[in-house]
Design a protein. Structure first.
Length: 116
């Protein structure tokens, strides 16, 4: 029997399925959904939670956090859990506690873009 879980509103059979969901082409006009890591990188860079990019840091500044988040996000079943993963990852990797509402906004943006 296959163990199913729902991630971001999609049925997921394995961790690899989450990556496939993120690659899902929405193809309305020119819109195409990016891979999870690319999507997270863009969203987190736009957010710039530690204001490092605004201070001149390279665009790959958050790559370590993005990699950790993208590996764990497949376990999330809702935006609140994704926000907690974002929060915990930044706290563990940088020692800085982000605003949980900002993490939740980032999670909602990610889910919206994946779902299209």
């Amino acid at each position: 029997m296959v163990n199913h879980m729902t991630t971001l509103g999609f049925r997921v059979h394995s961790p690899e399925d989450f990556e496939n969901i993120a690659e899902y082409a929405i193809s309305t006009g020119t819109r195409v959904c990016l891979k999870t890591e690319e999507l997270l990188t863009r969203i987190i860079n736009e957010w710039d939670p530690l204001a490092l990019l605004a201070g001149g840091a390279p665009s790959n500044e958050y790559d370590i956090e993005v990699k950790v988040i993208s590996k764990q996000v497949n376990l999330a079943t809702n935006e609140t859990q994704i926000a907690q993963i974002i929060y915990t990852t930044f706290r563990d990797k940088t020692g800085i506690e982000l605003n949980l509402l900002s993490c939740l906004k980032c999670a909602f943006q990610m889910v919206e873009e994946i779902k299209g």
